[in-house]
Write a protein that binds this ligand. Structure first.
Ligand code: ADP
Ligand code: MG
Length: 230
């Protein structure tokens, strides 16, 4: 099976004054195309740092990372920006939608940034908003939507450009349990329907039920999963 994300011996140390904080220590992992993988660990275990390194928002001190055959850790900043635009969709804990834009306009903006022609934009916008269950809410603005619906818009926006991978950082962090479950279900649905490779960083145990694989981080290291112990 095609490997879409490869992380090899990645370490990331933050310098806080004279102190060194090892956020990632010799992390290696591989993700196959089309899989939904959960990156689980407590707060401070290094999940966000790893996602940022994979997505080219941060750079490791050592080690190498490939996304879709391209070595992210070797790219210049402009090329990394390009890779992010073309291949990666981000979903964060706080959806960061533009408040004065409707759901439709928020999604359309991403397609415009990716230089998708106008005729295609309309169809794709409606398609992804339908996919996330918001066909009736396309012309509503964020403040007219619930937290779960806002997160659905953020997900629609992330998948609109058909990225190779989706990186989601605590996407259920601000949602109640039931709504969080629905959002995880939606990620599962997207992996199945669109074939998008999805990496979800979370401390939420509920993710296990929806993931093809669970990677555990502890103090910046990958720890052997309990599932593979028997
Ligand atoms: P998680 O997302 O699992 O909560 P993080 O990747 O945010 O973990 O953090 C991993 C470790 O790195 C923590 O000890 C955190 O305090 C530290 N850290 C993260 N970002 C920074 C930063 N910008 N400067 C200094 N230390 C940081
Ligand atoms: Mg985090």
């Amino acid at each position: 099976m095609e490997t879409i994300i490869q992380v090899e011996n990645v370490s990331r140390v933050y310098h806080v004054g004279a102190r060194k904080v090892p956020a990632l220590q010799d992390v290696s992992l591989a993700m196959a195309a089309g899989k939904l993988v959960a990156l689980r660990g407590r707060s401070g275990s290094g999940k966000t740092t790893l996602l940022n390194c994979i997505g080219g928002l941060d750079q490791p001190n050592s080690g190498r990372i490939w996304v879709g055959g391209e070595e992210v850790t070797k790219l210049s900043e402009p090329r990394r920006v390009q890779l992010r635009r073309r291949q990666i969709g981000f979903v964060f804990q706080s959806h960061a939608l533009l408040p004065t834009y409707s759901a439709r306009e928020n999604v359309d903006l991403m397609l415009r940034l990716a230089s998708v022609p106008r005729q295609e934009r309309r169809a794709r916008t409606e398609e992804v908003l339908q996919l996330v269950g918001l066909s009736k809410w396309m012309d509503h603005r964020p403040y007219e939507l619930s937290g779960g619906q806002q997160q659905r818009v953020a997900i629609a926006r992330a998948i609109a450009t058909r990225p190779t991978i989706i990186l989601a950082d605590e996407p259920t962090g601000e949602l109640d349990t039931a709504t969080g479950q629905q959002i995880l279900q939606l990620f599962r649905h997207i992996a199945d329907v669109e074939g998008t490779t999805i990496l979800i960083a979370t401390h939420d145990l509920a993710v296990d039920a929806f993931a093809d694989e669970v990677v555990h981080l502890q103090d910046g290291r990958v720890i052997p999963s309990l599932a593979s112990a028997h």
